[in-house]
Design a protein around this ligand. Structure first.
Ligand SMILES: [Zn+2]
Length: 295
């Protein structure tokens, strides 16, 4: 690949690309964060979001089973705590489970002590429900700071799935990053809560399926990682389960694509030649030399 500073990512033979399905069981947790300290007297969005852990996730689990596929789930602590059978059921079906905040907190809006308290509360719940420590993490809203990244390393996490520096796994200051992208994420197409934020109707699932397959085929061509991100309160609805069934059929038919999980990708990365080649260190944007009117 003339002009590229790094050789292509290497996948285990016979694969030439990879795919991972990631499922964030947010439920109503973002509402808890956005309304923190205030009572929420409205039921509409609350109940719409509760459809996720109540119905949607079970449909997604059955669909994955039908394809014999494993996925990576990320569960906020308050959802796992309210549904104590949820994480054990997901683990029993052989899927990865990573952390995703307690109340879906934005890590940049908490100080270090608060972030430590939230993370340790999540780890303790995970250990109580699953009898082991979590290896994977995805930050709420995909926002993360160098301080929080260092905290994940201190707590022994193996991988994070919040950033998008490449479209294949890579080392990022000591953690393996499993990158996603907004293009293959469901809420940007389908979220409609009836409030003032959502002004257009949800997208046609056939158009979204075509767009996602186009990205899948592009990444297959470039030897990358296709990371789908879905939320059961959005993608657990009937027509989107049918969309996912068509997408999964397409992925399954691509026998040169490794359909795997985030934790399996992280294990592959650190034990392959990629570990020495595909890595970055955190480098903050230095704005000191940028001239302009004072903010
Ligand atoms: Zn989330």
């Amino acid at each position: 690949m003339t002009g590229f500073p790094r050789p292509p990512y290497q996948w285990p033979a016979p694969y030439k690309a990879a795919a991972v399905v990631t499922i964030d069981i947010d439920g109503e947790s973002p509402m808890a964060w956005h309304n923190r300290g205030r009572p929420v007297p409205l039921l509409s969005e609350l109940e719409q979001r509760r459809f996720g852990p109540r119905v949607g996730v079970w449909r997604v689990l059955d669909l994955l089973d039908a394809f014999g596929a494993k996925a990576s789930f990320f569960v906020p602590g308050m959802i796992a705590d309210a549904h104590p059978a949820l994480m054990p059921a997901i683990a029993a079906r052989g899927h990865d489970i990573g952390l995703h905040g307690w109340h879906h907190e934005k890590v940049d809006e908490l100080d270090r002590a608060q972030n430590v308290a939230v993370l340790d509360r999540c780890i303790a719940l995970y250990q109580r429900q699953l009898g082991r420590r979590p290896a994977g993490y995805r930050s709420p809203s995909w926002e993360i700071t160098p301080e929080f990244h260092a905290l994940l390393l201190e707590r022994g996490f193996a991988c994070d799935a919040s950033l998008q520096s490449f479209d294949h796994p890579y080392g990022f200051s000591g953690l393996v990053e499993i990158p996603g992208q907004w293009l293959v994420e469901d809420t940007i197409y389908f979220r409609f809560t009836g409030g003032p934020r959502d002004r257009t109707h949800p997208a046609n699932p056939d158009a979204v399926l075509a767009s996602w397959i186009e990205e899948f085929e592009g990444l297959r061509e470039f030897g990358g990682l296709f990371t789908l991100t879905i939320h059961p309160w959005v993608s657990g609805r009937a027509q989107r389960i049918r969309l996912l069934r068509k997408l999964f059929s397409h992925i399954r038919a691509a026998t040169d694509v490794w359909w795997t999980t985030a934790e399996e990708l992280a294990r592959w990365h650190v034990n392959s030649p990629n570990a020495e080649i595909h890595k970055l260190d955190i480098e903050l944007l230095d704005t000191r030399g940028v001239v302009g009117p004072k903010l």
